[in-house]
Write a protein that binds this ligand. Structure first.
Ligand code: AMP
Ligand code: GLY
Length: 423
């Protein structure tokens, strides 16, 4: 089968690397791609925002499956355009992508289908939101409704912080995304990410992960897209996975189907494991980045049939096997990230990698034959191990072999799991 992969991040490099290992793959194309992805795929040379060009490319090359990595093309309806042409596509419709695109939409689905999540209210008026927050008291969580690049959420430990967050949202800090605000009860517990494939009807649980959103060691500083991750998440025991499937994922699949917008693609459920059990914090409708990098490293099965079954409603006919040992990835970013940073800084050396080691590319480019950093998050240094501690040591040994003056990373990825192993 010929596959077209949409995206240009570390997540898509991991997908390309794994797809390239499939005995069923005939050819892999990617757009926009990056130098890491192009180690495994041919450049498609098309703009994914140009839906007509994507359709024309698929028909011209005889592509059997389109895999959409990021959320933006999904929210923009790329999967709908392809499905209308009877092209198999991995990724939800624009309507179903509202599970990521609108926090209020997701909360309403949770309420209607009895999915455990924090109590909430939606507001389009600042004064009403403030009155509710005063009534509920702190701690409380204030969220811009729409996509705000991970910056639209304030976990307010005091009433003043919550009131300021409401002013910020309605003051236009997040543009259109903040025109509506969701105020939600604070959930106390340990967070985990859970990935599940759905073809609209059936579900296939993949694996769990934990990420590190803050830029600094010890989980300090501003939020980022993710500075590192490991899989599996120790808090997600088999019993907890089973309960999450039954209480959260299966009702969501049934609910979305009943709403006339069946969900086809991957659920990336952000969970809080509270004293009451798993509660949903949020859904994303794509693989996590960098969570995908550790998932693909741990996946034993061929990825291509899993994505194809998801796209074609045959998920009940496939299964996924995983390596037992953990995988961990360290994100190397440009100095200054998540604020402003210099572009086109040279990466002069990457170390050789052995079995169970891989350096995925995110924001890189080749300029006159020289690898340069063009983005905020640039390299995802990934390793497996018998323990998280071992995977961590291997990943940091690789990090230390990278020659890139303008790069930095957290030095403590996996610290919670390592502490757990040592206790
Ligand atoms: P989100 O963008 O919805 O994933 O929120 C970003 C982060 O805010 C989450 O990863 C949690 O750490 C935190 N968060 C969101 N909602 C809640 C909540 N209801 N209670 C506690 N923490 C939350
Ligand atoms: N690493 C978090 C995300 O992909 O949203």
């Amino acid at each position: 089968m010929k596959v077209l992969l949409i995206g240009s991040g570390g997540r898509e490099h991991a997908l390309a690397w794994k797809l390239a290992q499939s005995p069923r793959l005939q050819a892999l194309y990617a757009a926009p791609g990056n130098p890491g992805i192009f180690e495994h795929a041919e450049p498609a040379g098309i703009n994914p925002d140009d839906h007509a060009a994507v359709v024309a490319f698929v028909k011209d090359k005889g592509i059997g499956l389109v895999v959409v990595g990021p959320e933006a093309p999904l929210v923009a309806g790329l999967a709908d355009v392809l499905r209308a042409e009877n092209i198999a596509v991995f990724g939800p419709s624009a309507k179903a992508a509202q599970l990521e695109g609108s926090k209020g939409f997701t909360k309403d689905i949770c309420a209607k289908y009895n999915i455990p999540t924090g109590a909430y209210q939606r507001f389009t008026d600042g004064e009403a939101a403030k009155a509710y927050v005063r009534e509920q008291g702190a701690p409380i969580v204030v969220k811009a409704d729409g996509l705000a690049a991970g910056k639209g959420v304030t976990v307010a430990m005091t009433l003043d912080e919550a009131l300021a967050a409401i002013d910020e949202c309605f003051g236009g800090a997040f543009g259109e995304a903040g025109a509506e605000v969701v105020v939600e009860a604070f959930l106390d517990g340990e967070e985990a990410s859970f990935f599940v494939l759905s073809d609209g009807q059936h579900a296939l649980a993949l694996a769990t992960a934990q990420d590190h959103k803050r830029v600094g060691d010890g989980d300090t500083g501003p939020n980022t897209g993710g500075m590192g991750a490991y899989s599996p998440a120790p808090v997600m025991t088999p019993a907890m996975v089973e309960r999450t499937m039954k209480d959260i994922i299966e009702p969501t699949i049934a609910g979305m189907a009943a709403e006339g917008m069946p969900f086809s693609g991957v659920f990336f459920a952000g969970l809080m494991i509270t004293a009451k059990g798993p509660e949903l914090i949020e859904y994303n409708v794509r693989f996590g980045d960098p969570e995908c990098q550790v998932l693909m490293t741990r996946l034993k099965s061929d990825l291509l049939p899993l994505l194809y079954a998801t796209a074609t409603g045959t998920l009940d006919q496939v299964s996924a096997e995983w390596h037992d040992g953990p995988a961990l990835t360290v994100v190397m970013a440009s100095k200054g990230y998540p604020g402003s940073y210099d572009k086109n800084t040279p990466i002069t050396a990457l170390p050789a990698t052995g079995d169970g080691e891989k350096i995925f590319h995110a924001g890189t480019a080749l300029k006159d034959g020289q690898l340069v950093a063009t983005g905020g998050r640039v390299l995802n240094v990934t390793a497996t191990g018998a323990t998280v501690a071992e995977a961590k040591n291997r990943a940091y040994a690789l990090v230390d072999g990278i020659a890139w003056d303008n790069g930095f990373c957290r030095r403590d990825i996996g610290w919670r799991a390592v502490a757990r192993e040592q206790s």
